[in-house]
Write a protein that binds this ligand. Structure first.
Ligand SMILES: [Zn+2]
Length: 396
């Protein structure tokens, strides 16, 4: 923690078992004290004491009475959604989005502003600071009610240090975003990579909720992957795990921004689809919306481009299936979220190239959290780390 950070709520919640109990209430609410005690193997007295504290602090509230199992009806507990707030931000490759969320991860307000290629960091920072200030002021949120800021960025991010190591679309290097935001707003901040935030959102609220482990893939300007194993991010030795876009798909193939040749990203990203369409003789500018329009109008130049990209992405996914034997792969991104032709081609190609025995046991799905996946995941960074730190204390 840096100097003078406002939310004392971190300290108040850092009590043994508090995180576990809150987590149970968040996931299974409305839930009774007796059910929590049973689920977490805690004594009823412990649960009563901690929930009394949480009630006093207004973090949880009592809701309707539950079903009786013989005696009187139990009082049910749930999270007090508006007791604290989370600020979430996503610095994407073409835009910055800032949102305010409540404790149930509902987005209460959100605003977006476009960024352009090679924008100087200082210019983008001014926009980011302004959006955060505006959203706090316009929603009349008191600063001591903000639990933390979660920031998601494209490119390479070092989570431990909170640094954007490299943001390829802007050319930024080594931006200490965590320190910068904490200095400016005096609110504890967490910074992670966009695809990891997408995976987090899916793990809490989406397709990954019912499984312990899955692979998440983001297809946008670039292509990245995240692995959730036992509900935890897997990061690799230098936090670099998941450079799926730079796995090789063609020997001596197209040049990639990483300097190498034949990377998946150069064949299956949204940019690649636009390039394939141009090569097919499509002359207008193509945006995500335009690609979708042309797809539904049956434009063969655009559909062929989508199929090519989907084919390559499916090969990449088949490789992941063959290496990891996962039960679930979740894919998200502006285009694939809404374009059925793209998604279907990806699945067909993955089936064609993966080992049949392994493909039989994997589900390939699109994100459930959709266009909000990354911003929600950014906000969840705050809660995830809060619960994580408490759970570590419990284990020790
Ligand atoms: Zn590459």
């Amino acid at each position: 923690m840096r100097k003078n950070l406002v939310p004392g709520s971190f300290q108040l919640m850092k009590k043994i078992n508090t995180g576990l109990i809150l987590d149970a209430i968040r996931l299974y609410s409305p839930i009774s004290r007796a059910e929590i005690a049973k689920m977490l193997n805690l004594t009823p007295a412990t649960v009563t004491n901690i929930t009394a504290e949480l009630l006093k602090r207004n973090i949880i509230i009592e809701s309707d009475l539950g079903q009786s199992t013989g005696g009187r009806k139990p009082v049910m507990l749930k999270i007090n959604a508006n007791s604290y707030y989370l600020i979430a931000t996503h610095i994407g490759s073409t835009r910055v989005r800032v949102a305010i969320m409540n404790m149930e991860s509902e987005i209460l307000d959100s605003r977006t502003e476009k960024l352009y290629e090679n924008i100087e960091y200082e210019v983008a920072q001014d926009i980011l600071f302004r959006l955060i200030r505006e959203i706090i002021n316009d929603n009349k949120i008191e600063k001591n009610k903000i639990l933390g800021i979660g920031a998601s960025a494209h490119g390479i991010v070092n989570f431990e240090k909170g640094i954007i190591v490299f943001a390829p679309n802007f050319g930024w290097k080594n931006i200490p975003l965590k320190d910068i935001l904490e200095d400016e707003f005096e609110i504890q901040t967490f910074v992670d990579r966009d695809v990891r935030s997408m995976a987090l959102a899916e793990s809490w609220y989406g397709e990954g909720r019912e499984v312990e482990s899955f692979i998440c893939i983001k297809v946008g300007y670039g292509i990245g992957a995240a692995i959730i194993n036992n509900k935890q991010q897997v990061r690799g030795v230098t936090d670099g795990l998941g450079e799926f876009g730079h796995t090789k798909i063609e020997i001596d193939g197209r040049k990639c921004i990483c300097g190498n040749k034949g990377c998946l990203e150069a064949y299956a990203s949204e940019r690649s689809i636009i390039r394939f369409a141009k090569e097919n003789g499509y002359e207008d500018d193509l945006s995500i919306e335009k690609i979708n329009q042309e797809t539904s109008h049956g434009n063969s130049k655009v559909i062929d481009a989508i199929n090519k990209a989907g084919h390559y992405l499916g090969i990449g996914i088949a490789n992941l299936i063959n290496i990891f034997n996962p039960s679930l792969i979740v894919i998200g991104g502006d285009l694939i979220d809404v374009n059925d032709v793209f998604f279907q081609e990806v699945v067909q190609s993955a089936e064609k190239y993966a080992l049949a025995d392994l493909f039989e046991h994997v589900k390939i799905k699109r994100t459930k959290t959709g266009k909000d996946a990354i911003i929600k995941g950014a906000g969840l960074l705050v809660l995830d780390n809060l619960f994580d730190s408490i759970q570590r204390e419990v284990i020790i």
